[in-house]
Design a protein around this ligand. Structure first.
Ligand code: AMP
Length: 119
């Protein structure tokens, strides 16, 4: 599958420092920041620094060190957040998945009891 990356998306602008964000963790390959419209007490977005459109693009095309760095950031966010009782990791993808920002991001959502995923 062909993945065409639009470098004008808002998360690309965050990575270039063109717009501010509330960073909670950063490493060589990933950035984690608070969602601007939180759906729960914990709502953090983890994004790779590389130009990947979606989770399937990232899984298919990111190098092993990029994937390791991304999941190290996920682990760090979970460790520092109030999610010991659980959380939801979400990667909305393309049209059917209602993905608004075309740069791969994983939502880490928790901090209280969530509803069922697909009511
Ligand atoms: P999605 O529908 O999975 O693409 O979700 C995109 C998410 O990005 C939404 O939860 C938005 O609230 C969030 N978002 C959009 N712009 C910003 C921003 N500037 N800083 C932080 N989060 C943002």
């Amino acid at each position: 599958m062909q993945f065409d990356y639009d470098d004008q998306n808002i998360f690309a602008k965050i990575l270039r420092g063109e717009i501010p964000n509330s960073t909670v963790f950063e490493n060589e390959h990933a950035l984690a920041f608070k969602d601007i419209a939180p759906q729960a007490p914990v709502h953090v977005l983890v994004i790779p620094k590389g130009a990947y459109v979606s989770i399937d693009d990232f899984a298919a095309n990111a190098r092993a060190d990029e994937q390791a760095g991304f999941f190290a950031a996920v682990a760090a966010v979970c460790e520092m957040s109030d999610v010991a009782q659980g959380f939801r990791a979400v990667a909305n993808t393309r049209t059917h998945g209602v993905q608004d920002v075309p740069h791969f991001h994983m939502h880490i959502i928790g901090g209280n009891q969530l509803g069922r995923m697909l009511p």
